[in-house]
Design a protein around this ligand. Structure first.
Ligand code: GLP
Length: 244
């Protein structure tokens, strides 16, 4: 789905999310959202906050699971995805705090495996993800699933590619401070979502969007594995669509 701008595309996704939240509210049911960070979803969260403040959209029945977090990192660090979510969404809407799940970058290493298994179990216990929001990295990563990630992978600790550390270095004082590890939901965890919406804005995403949509479905381009998802849509702007 190609939109004239990132803002227009984000508004369309916000409408889709709002419609599902309201539908579930009317039926007295929960709505489970899989959420992403990075610069890509900022307009979406701004629009959801606007819908809450100006149009009374309530998030009381929303349960959220975020894709990923650097490791190790303190939740209040400037670059923490826990902090990002509070600043861009959670602090501005009425979602109950206990409903918000973002991987914890402070878990002791020996407990991570168990922690990740519990994260996946919590998603299942909530009824599975209704809508999974994704951005896309320059190398095709989704969440922090770098090239080579298995299509059946679960939530786990992953080593970041150097290219990803370089791309995200602008968030940190210098490259050496970019964490080498991250906790990420797996591709398998993402593939279980009932609906997947991947967003990409700007000409720097054009090449990887083209490889993901028109290339072979391969674990070397993690986003291309979404070709195998039964209900996935890429929402992109004209610049990101330039090579299609
Ligand atoms: C980050 C995140 C991804 C995100 C991607 C793109 O590393 N882990 O979830 O989709 O890179 O980032 P941006 O949206 O800033 O282009």
């Amino acid at each position: 789905e190609i939109h004239s701008s990132a803002k227009e595309g984000s508004k369309a996704i916000a409408q889709e999310i709002a419609a599902l939240i309201r539908e579930r509210q009317a039926a007295n049911q929960k709505c489970v959202l899989g959420l992403a960070t990075g610069s890509t979803p900022k307009y979406l969260y701004a629009e959801l906050v606007r819908l809450h403040k100006e149009e009374g959209l309530s998030f009381k029945n929303v349960i959220s699971f975020n894709l990923d977090e650097y490791y190790p990192i303190e939740p209040d660090a400037l670059q923490s995805y826990n902090r990002f979510m509070k600043e861009h969404l959670f602090n501005h809407v009425d979602i109950p705090e206990g409903n918000c799940h973002v991987p914890d970058g402070t878990i002791p290493k020996e407990q991570i495996k168990k922690y990740c298994e519990e994260y996946d179990r919590a998603i299942e216990a909530a009824g599975g993800i209704d809508i999974q929001i994704l951005g896309i990295g320059n190398n095709g990563h989704i969440g922090f699933n770098e090239p080579g990630s298995n299509i059946n992978s679960h939530t786990r600790l992953i080593t970041l590619d150097n290219s990803t550390r370089l791309a995200n270095a602008y968030e940190f004082p210098n490259m050496s401070q970019v964490p080498r590890l991250a906790i990420t939901m797996g591709i398998g965890s993402i593939m279980k979502a009932k609906r997947v919406l991947l967003m990409a804005w700007g000409s720097h995403k054009a090449k990887i969007v083209c490889r993901s949509v028109e290339g072979h479905s391969t674990d070397q381009v993690p986003a291309s594995l979404l070709q195998q998802h039964p209900n996935c849509k890429f929402i992109i702007d004209e610049q990101a669509a330039a090579e299609l």
